[in-house]
Each structure stands twice: as structure tokens, then as C-alpha cells.
Design a protein around this ligand. Sequence first.
Ligand code: GLA
Length: 396
Amino acid sequence: MTTTLEQRVRRSFAETFSGPPDLVVQAPGRVNLIGEHTDYNDGFVLPCAINFATVVGARMRPDRLVRVLAVDQGGELDEFLLDEPLLARADSHWSGYVRGMVWALQGAGFRLCGADLVIAGDVPQGAGLSSSASLELAIGQAFKQLLGLDALTPARLALLAQKAENEFVGCRCGIMDQMISACGVAQHALLLDCRSLETRAVPLPTDLAVLIINSNVRRGLVDSEYNLRREQCEAAARHFGVKALRDLDSAQLGSEPGTLDALVWRRARHVVSENARTLSAAEALAAGDLNRLGVLMAASHASMRDDFEITTPAIDQLVALIAAVIGTQGGVRMTGGGFGGCVVALTTAPLAALAMQRVAEAYRSPDSLPGTAFLCRAADGAGLLATMSTAAEEAP
Ligand code: GLA
């Protein structure tokens, strides 16, 4: 997939900026297998990077100008000078993620160079597969590679990308999406401790299918509901006198709300139980125990539906349809921020094929749209695809 994207980037680069890019980088989107709304509670997540990515061709300029062409956005061009104050547009326009990343890098003291950049990507947008994090990381990688900035480790780039998203674009996301796009390992999921940023690569069984189905449910109120959940989690942490809900276990949480608001208590119960499920799921995955994994994914979905209230009836129906096909041979749950987006199923290849068939027959979104299925591979995190010299060596 990235090969075709790379070709598109190279072609557009030659047409727009004449000549080849100095180098081409990529950064993947992600799917979260389990551990939802735990990242901003300093908890655990278990995502994998996917073989859908943003690819950027980059060439240094001798001046302070940055020109950026987005192939998939009708060939729109954005231009800005590195020494002028950078502004984002009010809407969530793609250029905000580019400018935001440049803003964060310069704010951290990195002296950047002018550059010509061409972007192309195949991460489905607005589906909860982190197309924006992959764009931020691809831009960060492009400058890292152009300037040989070794201080920009994957975790450092991820933190700067999160800063860009939080403070420049204005979305209060956690660290999961940026970390997995930066640090993904092919054929592995990553157990990420969102407090220490320690990662453990968990091998995916070779015969495991990672099936993503976009519900095509139009996502509404995502930002306001997301921010509300964060506030409720913070309120629960304050109530229990802990730094974050990560520091609470089910015994401390208790079996009843007590003096805490009942809704806020249920939000906390989701996070506390989801952290425990995520750690168990990493073990189950490593052991190839599909039955256990399925039980944990089902409990995660129920908790998102009943305690955190971020699923929708159409998503619940989609999950139930797939669960009936999979049985005890794996699991399925909504993935990502919620209120629409995708579900993820982990199962055997034959059952994944049957599940796709069943979804095609029986699922329609509230707007009567069918689901869109993607069979994915766990991919590597952001990095160099090619430089001018390697591209020349490979040419026939
Ligand atoms: C979005 C955010 C992430 C995370 C998930 C929920 O994807 O960007 O940081 O909070 O929602 O798990």
C-alpha cells in the first residue's frame, strides 16, 4: 500500500516542485485492540499500527519557506514562513496538523529548515483510525530525517505531536495515537503504559486476522462528549484523592458510588476495569488464547456501552452480529474514541471472512450505509521509506 502512496507522492512532487524529493517517510494509522479512554487516565492501552499510512516526500529549501501539497485534498497547497507566528484555521483543516507539528518542533528549540513537502495517505479519515496522528508523525519524521535530528526519538516526536494536537489544533486527546504511530512494531501489538511511556511489544499469533469494520455511523458531538468524559474522570480521581484513575483499583473503587455522583462513579468503574482488562488481554494475546481475549473484548465493549456510554445502537448491533459469527474463537469491540467509527475483531482468517460476509448481508448504518471492511496487518511505526540515493539505486 505504501508503495503506491510513495509513487503518488513522487509523481506529484515532480509535477509541483520539479525534481525528486530528498527523502520519503511514512507514519501509520492505528487500531486499538483494547484499553479505551484509559490513556488520559495514565493507564494502559494495547493498540497496533496498521498498514494504512500517511506518506510525505520532502526536500530541503535554502530559505525559510515551507510549501505543502496535499494530494488527497484536491491538491491543495499551504505555504508559510518559519519565522512568522503560525496560525491554525478555525475548522479542522489538514494544514493545522502540519503547522501544529512545525510549531511544536520550533517551540521545543529545534531549528528547522525551509522545505517542499508532498503528502498522500490512505488512512480512512474521520473513522477513528488516527489519520491526524499519522499526519503529525509523518511531518515530524520528515523534518527529523531532513535535518538528521537524532534527539527526536519516537517518544519525543509522539509527545510533540500530542502537544500540537492539544495546544495548536485544540483537541484534548491522550498520548495513545501518537505513541503507536511513532513506535509500532510489525506483527506486534504494543502494550503501552501511558504514564511512564514504557512499551512492550506483544507478538500477534501469525494466524490471527485483525479485521476492522467502519460502521459509517456519522460521528456527532465527539469533541464535547470526549472532553466531558475527561472531566468526569478527573472529578473521580479528585474524589478518591489519587493523581489519576490509574492509581485506583477495584477494591478502592468499591461496589457502590457512596458519596460520589453515580454517573461519575460508573465512568471511573469503566476506566479501572478497562485497565485491568488491558493487562490481561496482553497476556491472553501473547499466549494465543483467543477464547480469553474474546471474553475480555466483550467485557470491554459492554463497559463502554453501559458505564462509559460512548457506543451507539448501530455499533452495538454491528458488534453483536460479528460476535455471533466468531463465538469463542476471538473477540470484537468498538475501537477508538466512540460515538461511531470502527469496530475491531481479532479472530481466525476463515471466521473473519465469514464475519465480513455477515456484515455485508445484515448491517446498515442509520443512514442506510453498509459497513466498510479492512483486513489489516500490524505495521511498523513512523520512519524513512526511501532517500534519493536509495531510490536511484533501485531504479532499473
Ligand atoms: C481518541 C484519542 C485517544 C484516546 C482514544 C480513546 O482516539 O485521540 O487519545 O483517548 O480516543 O481511547
